[in-house]
Design a protein around this ligand. Structure first.
Ligand code: PGA
Length: 250
């Protein structure tokens, strides 16, 4: 089963529109003809201008969050259809910063995932254990709960549209990358849970990317692992040089 490598940047709450357009200008010539799919999850306000600029260079623009309702009295929130009409093709769901700082639970993430699939915005579902959970040997339990919480009731056909991102919370923005062996073991376990929830053929089709202090220096070893299909990159995606090096090392 060949899965196309995917490198996704997550800009979090960084960059103005001017800086973002500048970034694309620098990135374009250095990733021309690159092998992986390139995604960028950007702040809401930049989706529309960046989606237009990114079309010419084969970079797919997406959002970092959405609400689960299709519309309504939810001040400050944004719906999947609004993201789509602005030019977003994917959305990050369940990022640990949303789970921790905004108290998003598996139920809410599940409802968002169903809405995103219905409105044709590809979900990237983030899962991962905290440092405490890792130390207490609860990684598998946490991954299983987050995956089944978000994916129960999703059809086999729909789940193959979802990208899974394994992001151990202890490795995000800390400089502590999971070793390729640790990351592979988590990805293998995620694929096993997907196999149990769906079937082996479906699980083999699903792209699983790793996130947590990915840099040009560690991407190659991570990509050599059987179940690692790409990366979700935070800090190193803010600089066009480091992001392009990660892309070109795949
Ligand atoms: P990082 O962030 O690469 O800065 O660790 C990853 C993420 O939060 O998606």
């Amino acid at each position: 089963m060949t899965r196309i490598p995917l490198i996704a940047g997550n800009w979090k709450m960084y960059k103005t529109e001017k800086e973002a357009l500048e970034f694309l200008k620098v990135l374009a010539p250095i990733i021309e003809g690159c092998k992986p799919l390139v995604y960028l999850a950007v702040p809401y306000t930049m989706i529309s201008p960046l989606a237009k600029a990114a079309k010419k260079i084969n970079v797919v623009i997406g959002a970092q969050n959405m609400h689960d309702a299709n519309e309504g009295a939810f001040t400050g929130e944004v719906a999947a259809l609004m993201l789509k009409s602005a030019g977003a093709e994917f959305v990050l769901l369940g990022h640990s910063e949303r789970r921790i700082h905004f108290h998003e639970d598996d139920h809410f993430i599940h409802r968002k995932l169903i809405r995103a699939l219905k409105d044709d915005v590809q979900p990237i579902l983030c899962v991962g254990e905290t440092e405490k959970e890792m130390e207490e040997n609860k990684r598998d339990e946490v991954l299983k709960r987050q995956l089944s919480g978000a994916l129960t009731g999703v059809s086999k056909e729909d789940v193959t549209k979802v990208v899974m991102a394994y992001e151990p919370v202890w490795a995000i923005g800390t400089g502590k990358t999971a070793t390729p062996k640790i990351a592979q073991s988590a990805h293998h376990y995620i694929r096993k849970v997907l196999q149990d929830l769906f079937d082996a053929e479906t699980a083999a089709k699903i792209t699983i990317v790793y996130g947590g202090s990915v840099k040009p220096e560690n991407i190659q070893d991570l990509m050599k692992q059987k179940d690692i299909d790409g990366a979700l990159v935070g800090g190193a995606s803010l600089n066009a040089q480091s992001f392009s090096q990660i892309i070109n090392h795949c």
